[in-house]
Design a binder for this molecule. Structure first.
Ligand SMILES: CC(C)(COP(=O)(O)OP(=O)(O)OC[C@H]1O[C@@H](n2cnc3c(N)ncnc32)[C@H](O)[C@@H]1OP(=O)(O)O)[C@@H](O)C(=O)NCCC(=O)NCCS
Length: 193
């Protein structure tokens, strides 16, 4: 575990104060291979992040060493009327695609500074954010080229359920879609702060 890494969880009060640090770290991490990076992605990400601040279900956990932001994980509840499952390349069973308020959390963005990886910072961010959520399960999308990240997700109990096209303003042309069927094990676990 990283010595001196401090975690903090909350909502817009945390993200709003750290928005420039979050955007800087996002650009640093996702402009590198193996990620697809478009010229306007930095601006698009900043707009997407600002757009989340109106969502009362928004939640974030950040990791800091001193004043430096070294990692973040944030997301929001999938709305009950979402179309996200119907856009998948694979057809999923109705019991998987059915949504209702409180069913699914979307882990929207998640990253750890390269120099801090492999020291359980990501694990602590992931477990702390998800253990604090009221939703039953969680979903995320990840770029197909992020093979190492997908190994970690499977190790942490996620399963790939399909692929989805990114659309005109998305960070990449295509994403793999993952589901974690329950968060109960994380809520029951001892997550170190
Ligand atoms: C994904 C990411 C956030 C993980 O953070 P991290 O701090 O490196 O992860 P951790 O050190 O906490 O944990 C990695 C875990 O995967 C395991 N792992 C790593 N490589 C592995 C491999 N090849 N096979 C099996 N397990 C592996 C580690 O043993 C560790 O397991 P543990 O949780 O049981 O201790 C980080 O690698 C990152 O920022 N990647 C680039 C951005 C990214 O892909 N973000 C997600 C986009 S959807």
């Amino acid at each position: 575990m990283g010595v001196g890494v401090r975690l903090e969880s909350g909502g817009v009060e945390i993200a709003g104060a750290l928005v420039d640090d979050i955007c800087r770290l996002y650009d640093e991490v996702f402009s590198e291979p193996p990620f697809f990076w478009r010229d306007d992605e930095s601006d698009l990400h900043r707009q997407r992040l600002a757009g989340l601040f109106d969502d009362p279900t928004f939640g974030i956990t950040v990791a800091r060493v001193g004043a430096d932001l070294v990692g973040f994980a944030y997301g929001f509840a999938v709305p009950a009327d979402t179309q996200r499952w119907s856009r998948l390349t694979e057809r999923l069973p109705q019991e998987t695609t059915a949504e209702w308020p409180g069913r699914t959390f979307l882990l929207f963005d998640f990253a750890v500074r390269r120099s801090c990886r492999g020291r359980r910072v990501g694990r602590r961010l992931h477990d702390t954010l998800l253990a604090g959520r009221p939703e039953e399960r969680a979903t995320l999308t990840v770029q197909p080229t992020a093979v190492d990240t997908q190994v970690i997700y499977r190790h942490w109990g996620w399963r790939k359920v399909g692929q989805v096209e990114g659309g005109p303003d998305a960070a990449a042309p295509v994403f793999d879609v993952y589901l974690r069927d329950s968060l109960a094990d994380l809520r029951a676990g001892q997550v170190s702060p």
